[in-house]
Design a protein around this ligand. Structure first.
Ligand SMILES: O=C[C@H](O)COP(=O)(O)O
Length: 222
């Protein structure tokens, strides 16, 4: 089996801001090396350069706009996050929703700048639609379970297995992540058993008293 992929989104949690962004990335690197499991982090945009410069770990952006160089004040430009050290980006996170046209434009920008793409979705039909666009990953996250501590892989296994099935029919090159409420080893194990290749998670690790110990527990059943 290929290594599962764990993508840790820092959101705007205070613990994952500034210096904390680097400390959590160091914990991720240590656990990735100990376990052999691929771990990447998505800090806030102004922390991308800092984290990527100080820790040898894949860094993702939390968002990317489908714009190019020019008159786009306040937008997130693919070239800029790439040069800051990002290797990929979330697109359409539940807390940063986009229109379908914007999702397609963001994905195009990600491809243009060689950034890996993770399109977030909220149910099986939107996962199917996202897969049709051809990102590297889709990440299925029922919004009601985000930050709840109730793992999607246990509370709503059908949305994960249904997404895996839908994506396999539409574009088998697209890999499926799942997220929302994932924090324990058994949640990750269940997510993989449902056919996803990994998880997108946040609060269970970023807000943990000891993020390294929480990560070690997360990968303990792999
Ligand atoms: O990007 C991460 C997801 O929104 C899941 O967040 P959570 O692990 O805090 O439920």
């Amino acid at each position: 089996m290929n290594s599962p992929f764990i993508l840790l989104n820092y959101k705007t949690y205070a613990q994952g801001t500034g210096k904390g962004a680097v400390e959590i990335a160091k914990a991720c690197k240590a656990v990735s090396e100990e376990s052999g499991i691929k771990i990447a982090v998505a800090p806030q945009l102004p922390d991308i350069y800092r984290v990527a410069s100080e820790v040898e770990l894949p860094v993702f952006s939390q968002h990317l706009d489908g714009i190019g160089a020019g008159s786009f004040t306040g937008h997130v430009f693919g070239k800029c996050i790439k040069e800051a050290g990002a290797v990929g980006t979330l697109i359409n996170h539940s807390e940063r929703r986009l229109t379908l046209a914007e999702i397609e434009a963001s994905l195009k920008a990600a491809k243009e700048f060689g950034l890996r793409s993770v399109i977030c979705t909220n149910n099986v039909p939107t996962t199917a639609a996202a897969a049709a666009l051809g990102p590297d990953y889709v990440a299925i996250e029922p919004p009601e379970l985000i930050g709840s501590g109730i793992p999607v892989s246990k509370a709503d296994p059908e949305v994960v297995s249904g997404s895996v099935e839908a994506v396999a029919k539409i574009n088998p090159d697209v890999k499926v992540l799942c997220g929302a409420g994932i924090s324990k080893g058994e949640d990750l194990r269940a997510a993989l058993d449902l056919g996803s290749v990994g998880v997108l998670l946040a609060s269970g690790i970023v807000k943990a008293r000891d993020p390294k110990a929480a990560l070690e527990e997360l990968v303990s059943l792999i």
